[in-house]
Design a protein around this ligand. Structure first.
Ligand code: T4K
Length: 370
């Protein structure tokens, strides 16, 4: 009998009765979107939890990032990591800017500030780093690059909230000019679809808020580049009911991560890349083929054959996406090119039955130097 599929994640699902009560409220108020009371309550709750910078709630992370980029007066080239979800790079290209790829750090897999500096030119107006799997970029070094060059620093923090608070420290520059967040269903804290922007700069915050609502600051007074980035009341209702479940989910995932780590220790060539540290968004292992005795793809295929739908996040490199291969330095990314062959996200969510961890570990062990 074929085993049921076990996915890489499973979204938190709030109680139907609680969501139902929220829905009843929406129906009786007849306000479905455009900054209703649930949207505003969620925005305040999240702002209080995140506790740094000015926060705006958006309808997904991609729109939030595009909205942010549209407000930063960018031109020419934007330096970006290739080791990220396509949205990071797509938003740059969508705005008619040219992505310039820089390599990543071999340990953290975040954007290398040295490579970013090397690839900076007179045309560079910004740099975007991704806090990959929740691992923070070298925010000090990138802020220094901003000081030296005047370029904007932007973070794709789509994975940043899968960890215990404080999510961000308050050191200068830690948010860059702006940090984007995602509250997609696959994220630990989710609103089904949703996103956010964080900035220390109150004027930028004002522009972001305007940009998410067609440029309206007041009725009949739109201005500037803008889009529709509004989160609906229905999404906010789910988010408000997911929010109280998050701390427990983090505890469950912390214990899962410890168990995975025990089961996967003693396997030369396999390293735990994320899940044990600050981030509880993904549990990612890194497999070095020569030392391990098999490739990441061998392990990935074995797991899938047993119904474990592990994911090769983030394969392929964005620099290999058709349409992006001609952007500068797309073929000169040796560290990222190696990493993208090595990383594998294992099933990781609070409700995952512990017996699956054992099975996953046994499947991986069976490949180890076979
Ligand atoms: N930047 C970065 C670094 C990102 O990772 C992302 C999104 C973005 C930007 C853009 O943010 P958003 O605009 O999405 O807010 C998923 C998500 O769709 C995407 O949001 C996320 N990153 C990315 C890492 O993962 P896929 O293509 O892997 O999704 P999918 O549908 O294959 O889902 C993964 C597994 O999760 C499924 O196999 C089953 C499970 N699942 C998924 C959904 C949607 C469920 O059990 N229930 C569900 O409702 O992209």
């Amino acid at each position: 009998m074929r085993q049921p599929q076990i996915f890489v994640t499973q979204p938190l699902a709030p109680e139907a009765s609680k969501v139902g009560a929220r829905m009843q409220g929406i129906l009786s108020r007849h306000q479905f979107t455009n900054f209703g009371p649930l949207h505003n309550e969620l925005e305040s709750e999240l702002a209080a939890r995140i506790a740094v910078g000015h926060f705006s709630l958006w309808n997904n992370g991609t729109n939030a990032l595009m909205g942010a980029l549209s407000q930063l007066d960018l031109s020419g080239q934007v330096i970006v990591t290739p080791f990220t979800f396509p949205a990071t790079v797509q938003t740059i290209a969508m705005l008619g800017l040219e992505p310039v790829f820089a390599d990543i750090d071999p340990e953290t897999l975040t954007l290398s500030p040295e490579s970013a500096r090397d690839r900076t030119s007179a045309k560079t107006s910004a740099v975007i780093g991704t806090h990959i799997y929740g691992t923070q970029c070298d925010t000090d070094a990138l802020w220094q690059l901003r000081d030296e060059t005047g370029m904007r620093v932007i973070y794709d923090g789509a994975h940043s909230l899968g960890q215990e608070q404080p999510y961000f420290n308050t050191r200068e520059g830690v948010l860059g000019d702006v940090t984007m967040l995602s509250f997609h269903a696959t994220k630990l804290l989710h609103t089904v679809e949703g996103g956010g922007l964080l900035t220390y700069d109150s004027e930028l915050h004002r522009r972001f808020v305007r940009a998410r609502n067609f440029g309206f600051e007041a009725e009949d007074a739109p201005s500037g580049l803008a889009l529709n980035g509004k989160l609906s009341e229905v999404h906010a209702a789910i988010g408000l009911e997911v929010l109280p479940l998050v701390e427990h989910e983090i505890e469950c995932r912390s214990s899962l991560a410890r168990e995975y780590s025990n089961l996967l220790s003693e396997m030369p060539g396999l390293k735990i890349q994320s899940g044990l540290g600050a981030s509880k968004q993904y549990f990612v292992v890194r497999i070095k083929e020569t030392e391990f005795g098999a490739s990441r793809d061998d392990v990935w295929s074995d797991l899938r054959a047993h119904g474990y739908m592990a994911r090769r996040y983030f394969y392929p490199l964005c620099s290999d996406i058709p349409g992006f291969t001609e952007f500068p330095f797309a073929s000169d990314l040796p560290v990222a090119r190696a990493a993208v062959q090595e990383c594998l996200a294992l099933p990781f969510y609070g409700r995952l039955d512990r017996s699956h961890l054992q099975s996953v570990a046994e499947i991986i062990a069976a490949r180890h130097r076979t």
